[in-house]
Design a protein around this ligand. Structure first.
Ligand code: FA5
Ligand code: MG
Length: 382
């Protein structure tokens, strides 16, 4: 089937748009820049910070419940809408399903926006303890802590016996306690003595739901979401008598804290000054910054229309500039009282992690950004 074909292709090293998208399919919103990230699999490189972190988390779970948790890290990121949303009970009108937030390869197929996309499949296959790591994709803003491709690790633990009865707790309270103890232990394993706090939140697939925040560089940083799995998911996967917890860790966020990595784009660089600072099993290594190349700022202003979104603009800039764009920032916005039209001015910061950029090449990129902004987003440049 087509679906199988896509999954098979996605595992190869160089997936191009042409491999999976029918020419000019309007239901595809994945740019070539994003397609080029598929198959890179940073979390498979033994000396990469994300892989070192993955192994450290494995080690923690091995110590806590030896031999229990099965590990998966090769599930292809091209998944069905059903797996990514329906099977984890994301409502039909939920914002995360929009073309503005999620990369669609076609109407039924997306680049997974979270590793929760694999929960139902693994439960159906009969797994009860697993850790599943993968690259995830989101249309998002551009800055030092947001990148359209990042990595998550999903954890699921199923409880099949009435353990909570002996403990004198309800199943939900028992599972919540086990979950929180487990993740607090993980934070201590990774960071030693660290300040952390739990926040209540909402996910369609868990109830109750929580986020864990860690105090890092003077700020609370959200590092994971988790909760007690909705029983409907267990029923739908043929396990009506089971209970479970689940979590999704943001690996880049944890790695930034662990190794003191200041910019999320660094995870993608081949610059030896970065890659050679890390080695397998070495968890206490702090990143030593090397001098950055100079930035180049370009502003662009235009009258927006009703369809305009910042995500679409960011995506367009990324399409032209690739990793040379460091940040896109709205620096001015005003509405003309007479015409009612709204103007936005964005400042684009261009910078390479690897070399000095020339004025000529940035001017050429900026000119393309201007052309594309006018023709694709149908806004009037000022
Ligand atoms: C989720 O993706 C849920 N699937 C997590 C989950 C799994 C909850 C199982 C309950 C049960 P969220 O969108 O908050 O949740 O993302 C989880 C983590 O991914 C965040 O806490 C953060 O650490 C990381 N993350 C989210 N967006 C980005 C981003 N743009 N760049 C880097 N890391 C991100
Ligand atoms: Mg969150």
């Amino acid at each position: 089937t087509r679906r199988f074909h896509i999954s098979a292709v996605a595992q190869t090293q160089s997936l191009t748009k042409e491999d999976v998208v029918k020419e000019d399919d309007p239901s595809n919103n994945v740019s070539d820049a994003i397609f080029s990230k598929l198959g890179i699999n940073l979390h498979h490189r033994p000396n990469h910070p994300l892989c070192i972190l993955k192994e450290a988390i494995y080690e923690y779970f091995e110590g806590r419940e030896p031999g229990k948790f099965q590990k998966f890290d090769k599930e292809p990121p091209v998944v069905t809408v059903k797996a990514n949303f329906d099977e984890v009970l994301v409502p039909a009108n939920h914002i995360s399903r929009s073309y503005n937030d999620t990369y669609y390869v076609n109407k039924e197929t997306v680049l997974r926006c979270h590793t929760s996309a694999h929960q139902a499949q693994k439960l159906r296959e009969g797994h009860s303890h697993f850790l599943l790591t993968g690259d995830v994709y989101r249309r998002d803003a551009i800055d030092a802590t947001h990148y359209p491709v990042f990595h998550q690790m999903e954890g699921v633990k199923v409880f099949s016996n009435d353990e909570w009865v002996d403990a004198g707790l309800s199943s939900v309270n028992y599972i919540e306690k086990d979950l929180k103890e487990c993740l607090e232990g993980l934070a201590r394993h990774l960071f030693g003595d660290v300040q952390m706090r739990w926040c209540d939140c909402y996910f369609p697939f868990t109830d109750p739901s929580f986020e864990l925040e860690i105090f890092f560089n003077g700020k609370w940083l959200e590092v994971l979401g988790c909760g007690v799995m909705e029983r409907q998911i267990l029923r739908n996967t043929g396990r009506p008598d089971d209970r479970a917890w689940a979590f999704g860790l943001g690996l880049e966020r944890l790695a930034m804290v662990l190794f003191d990595i200041p910019d999320i784009r660094l995870f993608w660089t081949d610059d030896k000054r970065f890659t050679e600072q890390f080695s397998a099993g070495e968890l206490r290594q702090k990143f030593k910054p090397f001098s950055k190349y100079p930035p180049c700022y370009k502003d662009i202003a235009f009258w927006v229309n009703d369809h305009f979104t910042e995500n679409n603009f960011c995506e367009l800039v990324r399409g032209e500039a690739g990793d040379l764009v460091e940040e896109v920032q709205l620096i001015d916005e005003f509405t003309n009282k007479k015409t009612g039209r709204t103007s936005n001015c964005f400042r684009i910061t261009y910078r390479s992690m690897e070399r000095s950029l020339t004025n000529e090449e940035i001017d050429a990129i900026q000119e393309k950004v201007r052309e594309q902004t006018a023709s694709k987003l149908k806004v009037e440049l000022r």
